[in-house]
Design a protein around this ligand. Sequence first.
Ligand SMILES: O=C(O)[C@H](O)[C@@H](O)[C@H](O)[C@H](O)COP(=O)(O)O
Length: 238
Amino acid sequence: MAREQLNSAAYSWNGFTGRQELAAALAGHVAGRLTKAIAERGTGLLAVSGGTTPAKFFAALSAIPIAWDKVIVTLVDERFVPASSPRSNAGLVAANLLQNAAKAARFVPLYHEATSIEDAASSDDAALRSLPWPLDVVVLGMGPDGHTASFFPDAADLATLLDPSSDRIVLPVHAASAGEPRLTLSLARIVEAGFIALHIEGEDKRIAFDGAVAPGPRKPIRAVLDAAQKPVEVFWAP
Ligand SMILES: O=C(O)[C@H](O)[C@@H](O)[C@H](O)[C@H](O)COP(=O)(O)O
C-alpha cells in the first residue's frame, strides 16, 4: 500500500517505494472501480494516457481477471499518427493493456485518417457520443511542463481545451511542444470521471507536481485539480 499519504482538497498523494509496487496498486484500484461500475451500470468506461510511464501499469491491469467483456477502453489523448507508428498511444495500449484477460475489452481509438486534425476531432466527437459517459476511470500522466492529456501550456486555444463547461468530448490540439498535432478528451469529460488517477514517476515529475500545486502561474494539471469533482488520486514512485 502507499508509503506516504498526503491529502488536500484537490488531490490525495499515494507515494510508493518502487514502480512495480505502484503499478500493482494502481492496477488494483482501477480494476476495483471498473468492477464496481459494471455492477452498478453494466459497463465500465476507462480512458488511459499514453507516453512512456504507463507500460508496467498496463501489464499489471491486463492480467487482473475482471469482466473485461463489459469494459470499454479509450484514450485520454492521441498523437495524429496511425496505430502502426511508434508514437501511437493506440499502439502502446494494444501491445501492453489489451493483452491477457484484458484482450476481451472493447477498444475505441481516437486516430483515424482525416484531411485535418479538426476533421478528425469532429468525427471523433460525434462517434464517441454513443459511449456510456461519464468515464468511470481516467488515468492521466503529466509532463515536466505540467501538461496532462494534450493540454500543453503552449497549445493554441488552451482555454477551450480547459473549459470545464464544454460539451465537447474530443478536441484538436496544435502545440509546438507536442511534437505533432493531437486529439484530446476535453477537460470537462475528464473531471467528471468517477475515479481520476494521476500516474507520475521520478523526482522531476514530483518537483513539477509540487510546483503546479504551489501558488503561481496555473499549469494545465492544476486546471484539472481545480475542476475535478472528486480529489485526484496521485500515484507516484521515484
Ligand atoms: O500522449 C501522451 O504523451 C500522453 O497522453 C501525455 O499526456 C503523457 O501522459 C505525458 O506527456 C507524460 O508522458 P511520459 O509518460 O512519456 O512522461
